[in-house]
Each structure stands twice: as C-alpha cells, then as structure tokens.
Design a protein around this ligand. Structure first.
Ligand code: ADP
Length: 320
C-alpha cells in the first residue's frame, strides 16, 4: 500500500502545494539534542525519531516535566520562498485553532536560528496505515469504531470552517487507548466566506475527490473530506484503497470513471457496500452529509464497540 504524493500537474492548472522537498541526498542536520526556543522560553530533550513527511521531520521530545510530546521540525532552509512560509503559517494557524478529542492536539510553536518547531500531542501507536499493514484489513465493528471517531473530528473541523483535504489512513494516528487522532494539517484550508470554493489541486492520489481533479473551474469544498471518508471506509474493510493501481494516471482515470469493485471471495456486508457507494458519488452535492453517514444502517444496525483492545494492533479482536 502506498500513499504517494500527487505528481507535478501541468503548468496551466493551479499548482499543487507540495513544499520544496528536502533533498534526501543532502539530509538536513538533526535538530539539537536539547531544543531551546529563540527566547529561552521553552526547552525540550529530543529523545527519538518518529517519522518524516513531505517537508518535516517529527521527533519524540520530553519537556521539563518529563511529559512526552511529538515535535514537528521544519528547517528554515526549506522556507525560503514566500509560498512555503505562507503554507506553514496556514498549517499552524489552522491546527492550533482546533481542539477536539480526535484531533492531534497542537501545543505550541517556536523557532531557533535553524528550524521552526511545532510541539504536538504524541501518538505513540503509529497510524491506522501501520496497523492495516499488520492486520491486512479490519472487522466491520472495528471499522465502525474508527469511522465514528473520524467523522466526529471531521464534523468538528467543518463546523469550524476547516477542510482537511488530506484525510487518509497515514494521517489517522492512534493514541495509547486506540482512539483516532486526525493529524497533518499541511493541506488544510480555511473557508473564510460562505460558499467559497477552493481551486488548489491537492491531496493524495488514492483518496482525492473527482471534483478536485476534474472540476478545477468550479473548485471544491467540504465534500472532498466526505469522499476521502468513503475511500477510508472501503480501505478499512477491504484492505486496499478502491481506485488503487500501479500508476497515478490510471488511479485518476478510475476515479473519473468511478471504477471500483468489492472483492467476492469474502463477506463484505451489503450495508457497508451500500454506504460506500453512496459516499463515492461523483457529484459532491449528492454525497451524504456526515450526519446522514452515521445514521446509515451500517452504523445503526451493527455493533459499535465501546473500545478497541490494544491487542487489535496485531490480532483480530473478538467482540462477542
Ligand atoms: P508532513 O506534514 O511533512 O507530511 P506529518 O505530519 O505527516 O508530516 O508527519 C510525518 C510522520 O511523523 C508521520 O507519518 C508519523 O510517522 C510521524 N508523526 C507525525 N505526527 C506525529 C505525532 N503527533 N505522534 C507520533 N508520530 C507522529
């Protein structure tokens, strides 16, 4: 399973936002072992490496009270262009405005001479993508549990005028109690005027809504997250994204043709198939609302576990 970033798009379309990528051949130096902000206000011990994204590296740090946190580090050399700075400031502004039990909590941001740092709630159990790799697919009760939390977070974002625009399994982190924490607001957009449409082409190929790719004149809005929620639901119960193929162009072709199938060699409930089909509707205005999704029979007529045991990281839980 791959969650590759979108390729460069033709020059005439609004360009996708990937920030200048750090050249892996000349990896930037590690941030200091003891991270201190410019004003000597805060200090963190860097204790481990958590992962790397498009433009940031994420470390585990400890504060002066021994609390463990994640620290997202962006080198100032990658922030030379105005566009890169604007994007990072947007991510910070949006992420720090959101407080919800299923959204990675944004604690603080600061800088030193080399880097900009964001301290975040630590999600020590990896992402749903990591877990899917171990488990291959999830049971429908587990999928309901994760989806209810994701939809709750998404509803909160939308009522705060934020579109995430990059919802995918790799951005759904898990806390120590197996609760979902939506992270990575690097592509998020704030809708400042009612009815405003976004025109920037962005997202991750497997999860990208058709209107982002094919209705660039009209733009897109909150419904792109609903589409990604449909792709996520399919991926949880089937084990791979619906439009996945080897090359990105072929994925886009399949998205345009709404071409996906359910496996026939195992039972996928007709309720979940029906819900996925409703969500993966080409016309964004015809997609169900988040309320309509959680009111669907898939959620109302099947068990939603009150919690998921941590053993579910590796083995199928028994909900009997
Ligand atoms: P980017 O915006 O550059 O894509 P991400 O926010 O996706 O960066 O983070 C990159 C990686 O760092 C993630 O895939 C994950 O492995 C790790 N990571 C990010 N945030 C956290 C967190 N709060 N807790 C634990 N690990 C994290």
């Amino acid at each position: 399973l791959h969650e590759t970033p979108p390729p460069k798009l033709p020059a005439k379309t609004p360009s996708s936002p990937p920030l200048p990528r750090q050249n892996s051949k000349t990896a930037p130096p590690s941030p200091p072992k003891v991270i201190v902000d410019n004003h000597g206000r805060v200090q963190f011990d860097r204790v481990g490496f958590l992962g790397e994204g498009g433009f940031a590296r994420v470390y585990e740090v400890k504060d002066s009270r021994n609390n463990r946190l994640a620290c997202k580090v962006v080198t100032k050399t990658s922030l030379k262009t105005k566009k890169a700075k604007t994007k990072l400031y947007a991510e910070i502004k949006i992420h720090r405005s959101l407080q919800h039990p299923n959204i990675v909590n944004f604690q603080d941001c600061f800088e030193d001479s080399e880097n900009v740092y964001m301290t975040l709630e630590l999600c020590p159990s990896g992402s749903l993508m990591d877990m899917l790799r171990r488990r291959r697919r999830f049971t429908e009760p587990e999928s309901r549990f994760f989806m209810v939390q994701l939809i709750g977070a998404c509803h909160y974002m939308h009522t705060h005028q934020v579109i995430h625009r990059d919802l995918k399994l790799g951005n759904l982190f898990l806390d120590a109690n197996m609760n979902v924490k939506v992270g990575d607001f690097g592509l998020a957009a704030l809708i400042e005027n009612p009815g405003e449409r976004k025109k920037t082409i962005c997202g991750t190929p497997n999860y990208i809504a058709p209107e982002v790719l094919f209705d660039t004149a009209n733009g897109h809005s909150f419904e792109v997250d609903t589409w990604s929620i449909g792709v996520i639901l399919y991926t949880l119960v089937v084990g791979r994204p619906p439009f996945q193929t080897k090359d990105v162009k072929a994925i886009y072709k399949r998205i345009r043709a709404n071409e996906y199938e359910f496996p026939t060699d195992r039972i996928i409930s007709s309720a979940v198939q029906h819900l996925i089909q409703q969500i993966l509707t080409q016309d964004p205005s015809q997609r169900p609302t988040l309320h309509e999704i959680v009111d669907h029979a898939f959620f109302t007529r099947g068990p939603v576990p009150s919690y998921i045991p941590t053993s579910a990281h590796d083995i199928v839980p028994d909900f009997r």
